[in-house]
Write a protein that binds this ligand. Structure first.
Ligand SMILES: Cc1ncc(COP(=O)(O)O)c(C=O)c1O
Length: 285
């Protein structure tokens, strides 16, 4: 039986109930996080909670949980759900009103919901075993505040589904300047002539924790040159390697873009270095 946390209470997931007037349900008015936990060891816990707090602040939800309180809730949930490999999903919505109106209601309490779900074992740096991802590209049609990890994910869902309908694994997105933003549920890196390049953070993309962890891990190898700068779709087409990063994938190699091979069309040597460093240093931040 899965145990969840809802508004101060630990209870069986099937018994967790929220009002249909919850603004998370009616408007997607909330913020979420997903934190991987491997045998009780969290990946990027502090930056995940910092991003959650930034999101809540950005949309004016007041919730004064300390980092320790979050850690305690997450640790208890993992323990009650049998440890192992778990994704911890945290959602904070603005709360339930008594009717439906756009304006922020006064005097309601945020709804805090946390549950865990099984995830695959942590990715390992092995060129033979890793899945090579196929992606398509599409113009980014989402809103202008993609740096906020909002529960309003319809734009992302539609982009992801376009890829699924095209029988690929992800959809990578470019803006009206033909510059890459991110993918529907991941951040992006390319490798060209040994240089690792990722688009800089701004309102067009989520500040991914795996992106941050990868930049941290790469800094251990002084021979790897890293640039944060705009990357055009054309550069991606001519790249030696493309990687996707996310909490579930860590660093995922892309072998095909819009039906064409990326580089040699097989998993690259720089990916091996990157995932090796990621695995070594991912618990440090
Ligand atoms: C749109 C988007 N970009 C990037 C990411 C990667 O973020 P993280 O590395 O924090 O999982 C996600 C993850 O859910 C996402 O939804």
């Amino acid at each position: 039986m899965r145990i969840a946390y809802l508004n101060g209470e630990f209870l069986p997931l099937e018994q967790a109930r929220i009002s249909p007037l919850d603004r998370g349900f009616l408007f997607g008015d909330g913020i979420y996080e997903v934190i991987p936990s491997y045998d009780g060891q969290f990946v990027g816990f502090a930056p995940h909670i910092a991003r959650l707090n930034q999101g809540l602040h950005a949309i004016g939800i007041e919730l004064n949980f300390s980092d320790e309180q979050w850690r305690e809730i997450c640790a208890q949930l993992c323990e009650q759900n049998g440890q192992g490999n778990l994704g911890i999903y945290i959602q904070v919505s603005r709360g339930a009103d008594t009717s439906r109106g756009h304006a922020f209601p006064q005097g309601i309490r945020p709804t805090v919901f946390v549950f865990t779900f099984d995830i695959a074992a942590a990715p390992i740096a092995d060129k033979q075993k890793v899945k090579g991802f196929k992606v398509i590209s599409q113009q980014d049609l989402r809103w202008q505040r993609c740096h906020i990890k909002s529960t309003s994910l319809l734009g992302n869902v539609l982009h992801y589904q376009t890829g699924k309908d095209a029988q690929v694994d992800e959809t990578i997105l470019f803006n009206d300047k033909q510059e890459l933003t991110e993918a529907s549920s991941c951040n992006l890196f390319i490798v060209k002539d040994g240089v690792v390049i990722t688009p800089p953070l701004d309102h067009q993309k989520l500040p991914g924790i795996s992106r941050m962890l990868l930049l941290h891990a790469l800094s251990y190898d002084a021979s790897i040159k890293v640039e944060e700068r705009a990357v055009t779709l054309q550069e991606a087409r001519e790249a030696d390697e493309i990687w996707l990063t996310s909490s579930s994938k860590e660093v995922a190699p892309v072998v095909e873009l819009d039906g064409q091979p990326v580089g040699t069309g097989s998993v690259g040597d720089m990916w091996l270095k990157a995932q090796t460093l990621f695995s070594q240093h991912k618990f440090e931040l």
